[in-house]
Write a protein that binds this ligand. Structure first.
Ligand code: ADP
Length: 256
């Protein structure tokens, strides 16, 4: 008689292994494709200011002698475009740092932090900022530097996209388990269909591109990354009577 052979287990295991491997490959390809797209977008964004700078240098070289009146305007363009490149490179660095960062979250008083950021920011702009914070500490879990950066970016946008005579409204509120920060403005707001996209890298709503408001579409991508690192959430809703309202929700330090 033949000895009883063990039933082969391999086919099932191999099939499972092949599925896992395929899944891994698909995820990897998706990541590589996103990285490729990101590098291509970043290169494109850098190419535009470089072309303008080079064009204006050539113009000065060719016509500067006989037509010195072109020089101040060209230098103005060179200055403006190199500043744009500087902002872009700073933002790219922020993004790559946020991509790699792992942080430990610390209990912090969000009311105190936000008050201090607003007090430093207000003298830089003539647009008024109103601030409403609880009169007791609002203890959240987070990272002071990153949250400082989040609020500054949201204030920069509110200032850029809303009329200078309309106040920017900042609030901190505390509910059981959650601490929230809101930044509201009375600008054009962000259409519902665009709200998920504005957190993507390099995405700008058409209306703001056409108004020629300076920007590279990276600010909110950085904000969203930083909020995620702080284990928080960010949402956009309508402000009243109109405008955009950004809400950042963090974990309550007392319950975690
Ligand atoms: P940008 O450098 O273009 O300001 P962001 O990533 O900070 O880039 O914002 C992405 C887009 O979201 C902006 O181009 C603009 O269209 C829109 N946006 C952001 N904040 C506001 C706001 N407060 N009001 C209206 N639109 C906004």
């Amino acid at each position: 008689t033949q000895p009883e052979l063990p039933q082969p287990q391999e086919p099932v295991e191999v099939a499972q292994l092949a599925r896992d491997f395929n899944q891994l490959l698909t995820a990897q390809n998706g990541r590589l494709e996103r990285e490729r797209q990101f590098i291509s977008d970043a290169s494109h964004e850098l190419r535009t200011p470089i072309a303008t700078i080079r064009g204006n240098i050539k113009l000065i070289e060719r016509r500067g002698d006989k037509h010195p009146e072109v020089i101040p305007e060209s230098i103005g363009f060179i200055d403006q475009e190199s500043l744009r490149m500087q902002h872009l490179i700073e933002n790219l660095l922020h993004l790559s740092r946020a991509d790699r960062a792992t942080i430990t979250l610390q209990p912090l008083d969000l009311a105190e932090l936000i008050t201090s950021v607003v007090n430093h920011y207000q003298p830089l702009i003539s647009q008024p900022i109103t601030l409403a914070v609880p009169d007791h500490p609002a203890l959240a879990l987070g990272n002071v530097d990153m949250l400082h950066q989040v609020l500054t970016a949201l204030l920069d946008n509110a200032h850029k996209y809303s009329p200078a005579d309309q106040p920017i409204q900042v609030t901190v509120t505390q509910r059981p388990g959650l601490v929230s920060l809101t930044v509201g403005d009375n600008g054009p707001g962000i259409p519902k269909a665009e709200r998920a996209h504005v957190f993507e890298r390099f995405y700008r709503v058409d209306a703001s591109r056409s108004t020629k408001i300076e920007g590279n579409g990276l600010g909110l991508a950085i904000v969203s990354q930083l909020v995620k690192l702080n284990e928080g959430h960010i949402t956009i809703t309508d402000n009243q009577p109109h405008g955009a309202l950004f809400t950042v929700t963090l974990k309550d330090a007392k319950e975690n």
